[in-house]
Design a protein around this ligand. Structure first.
Ligand SMILES: O=C([O-])CC(=O)C(=O)O
Ligand SMILES: [Mg+2]
Length: 388
């Protein structure tokens, strides 16, 4: 077998929402299609991948460095030793040839996007849902059949008042989610009012998470912490700059409830610095590293190994990004859950069309690969790129 062609196109996911740091009016993602010569059900197997929201399409790096490096190789350089499937680890090494360590920039997004498509193809060739393949190969062989998912929304938006925020969050609870998340970080007084409005519609603080998107300096982060503490929230996310590990450490001396961060750490080494220097508590806090932004599952497995060596359970990981790739990793390798953006970042957000959320959990679709084929609108976009 061999890779016949790798295609990539930027696809818009723009909207009028904003967090405390950026607006999404020009947001897009890279969609990748890896076309193989393996035939299943009369059609070539195609693996699909895309990056998560928050970082832009990586067309430049993908077309100028990643695709040429793979296509210059012979199949035996990137196939498993028995030649029957792609080897994601060999492909990762090929993509990272002549790339210096450190300074990950958005190269990690380019690699993560292609890595997702590789794993989709691998599981399709094995004719298994990816989460089962991961559990059999790298886990304990007993995957979770459902995964905790929380609804992320509560964005700032022009003209959005507290009633609209309440209706949005009520809508997520009605869909079956048990935990909802909203944005904070614009102004403490405004956010206190918004949070109190949100708390009127959720059962308790433990059902509400807040996300400052790295907007706050230490003084502000502590002031927000003092405001938030009495509500005993599900978590207080990314208070300060993602690379300011001392801020996170210092904040932990003042805020004693659950915190979460890590969505903007793009390598095992950056994740390790958070664990070494961020003062995060393995019994209390959550880690949000997102494989689609950070060199893919090959690197995520290195991060999971590093966490284990540092006394962290994989159950403390609830990745950012709301995509089915992390859902498969969560079910197959025993993470604590996954993010979800119902109705936002469509058609990339949300899970299988015909699987409802129940009591905050979503069941896994039983189709080969990552499960994109269970999302009709998403498949239209992905197939559009493959056929371009
Ligand atoms: O608003 C964003 O950039 C998304 C985000 O932080 C999240 O989902 O946690
Ligand atoms: Mg976040």
């Amino acid at each position: 077998m061999r890779i016949v062609e790798i295609k990539e196109q930027p696809v818009p996911i723009s909207s009028s929402i904003r967090n405390a740091y950026i607006d999404f009016s020009k947001m897009n993602v890279s969609v990748v299609a890896i076309i193989t010569d393996v035939i299943k059900n009369g059609k070539p197997v195609i693996g699909y991948g895309f990056n998560s929201n928050g970082r832009y399409a990586q067309s430049g790096i993908i077309h100028s460095r990643m695709i040429p490096r793979i296509m210059a190789k012979k199949p035996e350089d990137y196939l498993t030793d028995d030649g029957t499937n792609l080897d994601p680890f060999k492909l990762w090494k090929i993509m990272m040839t002549d790339e210096k360590p450190g300074g990950h920039g958005e190269r990690s997004v380019a690699v993560g996007t292609i890595d997702m498509a590789i794993w989709d193809a691998v599981a399709k060739i094995e004719e298994k849902p990816l989460y089962r393949l991961l559990s059999e190969r790298y886990g304990d062989g007993h995957p979770d059949d459902k995964v905790f998912v929380y609804a992320a929304g509560g964005y700032y938006q022009p003209g959005k008042d507290d009633t609209m925020l309440q209706n949005e969050l009520k809508g997520y609870l009605a869909l079956g989610y048990s935990v909802v998340k909203m944005k904070i970080g614009n102004s403490l007084e405004e956010d206190k009012r918004r949070i109190e409005a949100a708390l009127e519609v959720v059962p308790s603080g433990k059902h509400l998470a807040v996300d400052a998107n790295g907007r706050l300096n230490l003084e502000q982060a502590i002031a927000y912490g003092e405001m938030l503490a009495p509500y005993d929230l599900f978590w207080y996310e990314e208070a300060g700059d993602p690379l300011d590990f001392e801020l996170q450490h210092e904040l932990g001396k003042h805020y004693h409830n659950t915190m979460a961060t890590g969505e903007n750490l793009f390598s095992m080494q950056d994740a390790r610095n958070l664990i070494r220097y961020g003062g995060m508590d393995p019994e209390r806090d959550y880690l949000q590293f997102d494989c689609a932004l950070s060199y893919g599952l090959v690197e995520y497995m290195r991060t999971l190994k590093m966490l284990k060596e540092n006394g962290w359970s994989s159950r403390r990981c609830i990745p950012h990004g709301g995509h089915q790739m992390s859902l498969n990793i969560a079910a197959g390798l025993g993470l604590g859950g996954n993010e979800s953006y119902p109705g936002i970042f469509e058609p990339f957000g949300g899970f299988a069309d015909d699987i409802a959320i129940e009591d905050g959990y979503v069941a896994m679709p039983q189709v080969p690969g990552i499960g994109f084929e269970t999302k009709a609108k998403l498949m239209k976009v992905l197939e559009g790129v493959a056929e371009s």
